[in-house]
Ligand binder design. Structure first.
Ligand code: HT7
Ligand code: ZN
Length: 876
């Protein structure tokens, strides 16, 4: 359980230009033969060659055709070491693996009778002995042999070369991938799969066959994914000048998958949850998610596959950049402002919490015990924010030059984050030395803005100070290079032209201030018409917390007049947070008000008045801050206080604005056939939010609307919204509605997941018992990560009241189950465990209960590296 350190990186001792793999597939005893060519790496050190291998029986090992004598190699538990091999040679390794017993879903495993692989980050070593590190790139030739009736479809990366039949009902296929790739991008699929086909012609005229495979029963739900793929291919050409590079692009959807999807070269493997979409079974969120994930994995073809990571510390090189690209894509496909707000909500709710806890790490960590634990919101989403900041600092055109230079320099290579930023620096002529601190320092910077307006000089001075709190192992932080996109909104509601002291004339109404010092002053002059309200951090131009000392009037002014969607929305969130946190304070002091601050009701009324301008944006404006976001703003997270405040606010907003909600509900109810276009999604989002407030008011009219919607819904978004309200507000038909929902959808696993998840999220005191009871339901299984996440994940991450019940039943339940799961699937287990990581933020009583569970985890014999790392770091 020793950590691996970034500083210990050494180039590989050998290069492996070619590998031939031969699979004879049998569920319980698959034979794998690999033939690898080796050439000593002139940049490598040491005489030994280390080949990693796990969970396989090694049957034979030959070097240049002759068995390896015992004195030329040694075997350890997770590797073989060749002692001083020749400078060039071929090694043949024969081993046997057991895909049916592979419950960790890493390497070669079976999902619903389909053989499939997951090799990122270190799964290839469960298939054969190999150097298995991303800077070892080989050309692959893969032969697959299997039973013809069980596995009529045999797939691997690249191009199909040949295929044939064999005696005994067996057959084979040969695949070749012309692009050298790291082992983590290897993929194999074999099974009885249906196929949806299409074609895409690239802008240079290459005809690409598109094939999407799934179980036959699901193929009707794959059209949206295929259409999304074509949009993504076109977008990457238009926006980044990047074309697909093979004649075939394949996607396979499988049920059991540890993650959303995987970008294997030419053969993406997807979780069904990120592939299937049909109106009656999938929500609007699901449709958008499929489009996003399909695009994300496709974009990896360049940012990840063609240019890959030198080592796993560089994970954000491909993930941060690819998330940024998928965010741009979704923004272009839908509404940029609303998309940005959604991304900010995620960063603040999830990544900020991670950055403020014991598992905080920089986007490029410098050590890990188990790399699987670093597929985090920090590496992915904060990593994307870092790329976004480069984009903001350089501007679209120069950013694109930097991207072009990056590919020109590094196509076909395994590189570092420095290589990426250097390309940006060289393309722009800018010094990005200080900017690199975003890669090495963890924590969320806190910005404090002091304002001084001099009416005589008509000048506004902004003094902006930055400070980043300590994180584990990093007590002191150096100042970051922070872009602050901003404008000034006059008292009359119009944008002011911006002229900084020392400039000859005003330039535009928006600019990017660059903060590089611990504190800096910016003075704007020529401000006739009185003191404006600064609109700061437009578009959330940096992942920071900003305190600008706004008054309630100023927040209302920004909400009404700013030109930036993020700032308008954020002003509303600040106003709502102020009101809600005051309610939490009242509750803690034993005063339990029954009315809601008028300021919040008035602000909501104004937003509702304008809802017709942009229903999707209005739905965001009219959503209250999450309990996670509120909790982060408290010294000690007050579980009962947050619940009280949110309940009161929802009820009172529902009651006071009853007529307006009803009008919004009606105005956004579509009578025609279901449509999945952006405008229809927007209307449904506002309609269902209005329905929620009507239900929170708990009057007959609201409940009747919920009932009718549940009975008549022709799509899953409306159906699930109504069901959630029935259960959340405890309507009498709750049990019956849950039962009828299950009965209707029991054959659709992804819908059954929603059913589990919904019940796990009901915020009441009975939640731990309900969740435990549901684990005994015949449809519950530990072997499907989606199902485990739906029940246990939703409970631990999304049920504040239930999970944090004062007697510790929620913590005990999670720990008991995670320890069971850890033996089967450590990766999924460790992820769930992180729910206990924030224990220091709760009251002493809860702290001791959570700590005791973490101590129980660490003391468990045989615990995985994954869970050990999360639990031990949480306790440190
Ligand atoms: N690059 C992929 C990461 C991934 C993964 C990581 C660990 C274990 C299983 C996994 N499946 C996929 C997905 C992505 O970011 O695109
Ligand atoms: Zn990715």
């Amino acid at each position: 359980r020793e950590p691996v350190y970034l500083k210990d990186y050494r180039p590989p001792a050998f290069l492996t230009p070619e590998i031939e793999l031969d699979f004879v597939l049998e569920p319980e005893a698959t034979l794998v033969t690999s033939r690898q060519t080796f050439r000593r790496n002139p940049k490598g050190e040491g005489r030994e060659l280390v080949l990693f291998g796990e969970n396989q029986d090694l049957l034979a090992l030959t070097l240049n055709g002759a068995p390896l004598p015992p004195e030329r190699w040694r075997k350890e538990s997770d590797r073989i070491v060749l002692l001083d091999p020749p400078d060039e040679f071929t090694l043949e390794v024969r081993s046997r693996i057991d895909p049916a017993a592979n419950t960790a879903l890493m390497g070669l495993y079976i999902s619903n009778g389909v053989f499939c692989t997951q090799c990122e980050p270190e799964g290839f070593r469960r298939i054969t002995y190999f150097q298995d590190r991303p800077d070892v790139m080989a050309r692959y030739r893969v032969r697959i042999e299997a039973d013809r009736s069980a596995c009529p479809v045999l797939l691997s990366n690249g191009n199909p070369i040949d295929r044939g039949d064999l005696p005994g009902g067996r057959h084979w296929a040969l695949w070749e991938d012309p692009f050298p790739k790291p082992s983590y991008l290897f993929a194999l699929v074999a099974g009885d799969l249906a196929c949806l086909e299409d074609e895409f012609t690239t802008r240079s005229g290459r005809k690409v066959q598109l094939r999407l495979y799934s179980e036959a029963a699901n193929i009707g739900q794959c059209h949206h994914a295929l259409a999304s793929l074509k949009k993504a291919m076109k977008w990457d050409e238009d926006r980044y000048g990047l074309e697909y590079d093979l004649d075939l692009f394949q996607i396979v959807a499988v049920n059991d998958f540890n993650f959303g999807a995987m970008e294997n070269k030419g053969l993406n493997i997807f979780n069904t949850s990120a592939t299937l979409a049909r109106a009656d079974t999938s929500t609007d969120f699901d449709f958008m998610n499929v489009e996003r994930v399909i695009a994300h994995e496709y974009f990896h073809n360049w940012t990840g596959d063609r240019v890959t990571c030198r080592d796993w510390f560089q994970l954000t090189l491909k993930e941060g950049l690819t998330v940024f690209r998928d965010q741009q894509f979704s923004a272009d496909m839908h509404s940029p402002g609303v998309k940005r707000i959604g991304d900010v909500v995620f960063i603040r709710d999830v990544q900020f919490a991670e950055d403020a806890g014991p598992l905080a790490h920089p986007i490029r960590p410098d050590r890990y015990i188990e790399i699987n634990n670093f597929y985090t919101a920090t590496v992915y989403q904060k990593g994307a924010e870092v790329i976004r900041m480069l984009h903001t600092l350089l501007g679209e055109e120069t950013y694109r030059k930097g991207i072009d230079l990056y590919f020109q320099r590094h196509d076909g290579q395994a590189v570092t984050c420095e290589d990426f930023v250097q390309a940006m620096a060289d393309a722009s002529g800018r010094d990005l030395g200080q900017f690199m601190r975003w890669y090495s320092q963890a924590g969320t910077p806190e910005l404090e803005v002091r304002r001084r307006f001099d009416p005589d000089r008509q000048a506004l001075t902004l003094e902006i100070a930055q400070r980043t709190p300590p994180t584990p192992g990093q007590e002191e932080k150096l100042p970051f290079h922070i872009p602050i996109r901003m404008g000034l909104i006059g008292r009359d509601g119009t944008p002011r032209r911006l002229q900084l002291e020392g400039e000859n004339e005003p330039k535009g109404t928006e600019r990017v201030l660059e903060l590089t010092e611990p504190a800096q002053r910016f003075t704007f002059i020529g401000l006739e018409g009185g003191e404006p309200v600064p609109s700061l951090l437009r578009g959330f131009s940096a992942p920071v917390k900003l305190d600008a000392g706004y008054s309630d009037d100023e927040l209302a002014h920004l909400m009404a007049h700013d030109t930036d969607d993020f700032v308008r929305w954020d002003a509303g969130q600040r106003l709502a947070s102020n009101v809600l946190l005051a309610l939490v304070g009242d509750h803690a002091a034993g005063r339990a008000p029954s009315t809601l601050d008028r300021r919040l009701i008035d602000a909501f009324a104004k937003s509702l008045d304008r809802a017709g301008e942009d229903p999707a944006f209005a739905a965001r404006m009219l959503s209250l801050p999450s309990s996670s976001y509120l909790g982060q703003q408290m010294q000690v997270i007050d579980v009962e206080g947050i619940r009280f405040a949110l309940d009161l606010a929802r009820r009172e907003l529902g009651r006071s604005l009853h007529g307006a909600w009803l009008a919004a509900y009606r105005a956004n109810t579509d009578e025609g056939p279901f449509s999945i276009d952006t405008a229809a999604i927007a209307r449904r989002s506002l309609k269902n939010l209005a329905l929620a407030y009507l239900a929170y008011a708990r009057d007959e009219e609201g409940q009747a609307l919920v009932r009718t919607q549940y009975a008549r819904a022709d799509n899953m978004t409306d159906c699930l919204s109504a069901l959630r309200l029935i259960t959340e507000t405890g309507m009498p038909e709750s049990e019956a509605a849950l039962a009828s929902f299950y009965e209707k959808w029991e054959k659709e696993p992804l819908v059954v997941n929603k059913w589990f998840s919904l019940q796990a999220m009901i915020e009441d005191e009975a939640a731990p018992e309900r969740v435990e009871h549901l684990m005994a339901h015949p449809a519950f299984t530990w072997s499907n990560p989606n199902r485990v996440r739906a029940l246990l994940g939703s409970f631990a991450m999304m049920n504040l009241v239930g999970f944090h019940r004062r007697d510790g039943a929620g913590y005990r339940l999670l720990t008991d189950k995670v320890l069971e799961l850890d033996r089967r699937n450590p990766q999924v287990a460790a992820r769930l465990l992180s729910a206990l990581g924030r224990w220091r933020r709760f009251d002493e009583h809860r702290q001791s209960l959570m700590r005791a569970e973490l101590e129980r985890v660490v003391a468990t014999p045989g615990l995985s590296r994954d869970s050990y790392e999360i639990a031990s770091k949480s306790l440190a």
